[in-house]
Each structure stands twice: as C-alpha cells, then as structure tokens.
Design a protein around this ligand. Structure first.
Ligand code: ZN
Length: 71
C-alpha cells in the first residue's frame, strides 16, 4: 500500500469523511473489524465507488474508485 494518500475531513455535524485521490467517502458501516466507505456523492450522483479499510484506516482492503463524476 504505497503511494496511498488518505486524509480526513470533518463534514457537517462532525461526521468524519475520508479523502482519497481527491474524492471524499462517508463511512456507512463498521463490521467485523472493517469500515465500509461509500463516495460522498453516492446519493446525489448515484456513484458506486467505495472503499473498505481496517478499523485504524491505515490499510485499504478493497476499493472501487471508478467515479461517474469529477472530484
Ligand atoms: Zn464518486
């Protein structure tokens, strides 16, 4: 997992968003030691991009970074 640039931004109501490759993701669920993130534009754009990380978010376990919109 080199050249990964993950950072965090605090969105409305203090919700933490993950920023990856200039796209932002919202944590939708946490299950079995993993966090599931969907693109923050999922609702408005029906974007299907998503990430799965471990709980500490220092590792991305799976990703679909095909967005149907610009960052
Ligand atoms: Zn997207």
């Amino acid at each position: 997992m080199t050249n990964t640039t993950v950072s965090f931004v605090t969105g409305q109501r203090g919700a933490m968003k993950l920023k990856y490759d200039n796209y932002t993701y919202i944590c939708v669920k946490q299950l079995k030691g993993r966090k599931y993130w969907t693109c923050s534009k999922q609702r408005s754009r029906k974007c299907m991009a998503r990430l799965i990380t471990d709980l500490d978010i220092d590792k991305i376990n799976a990703r679909n970074t095909t967005h149907n919109h610009p960052a």
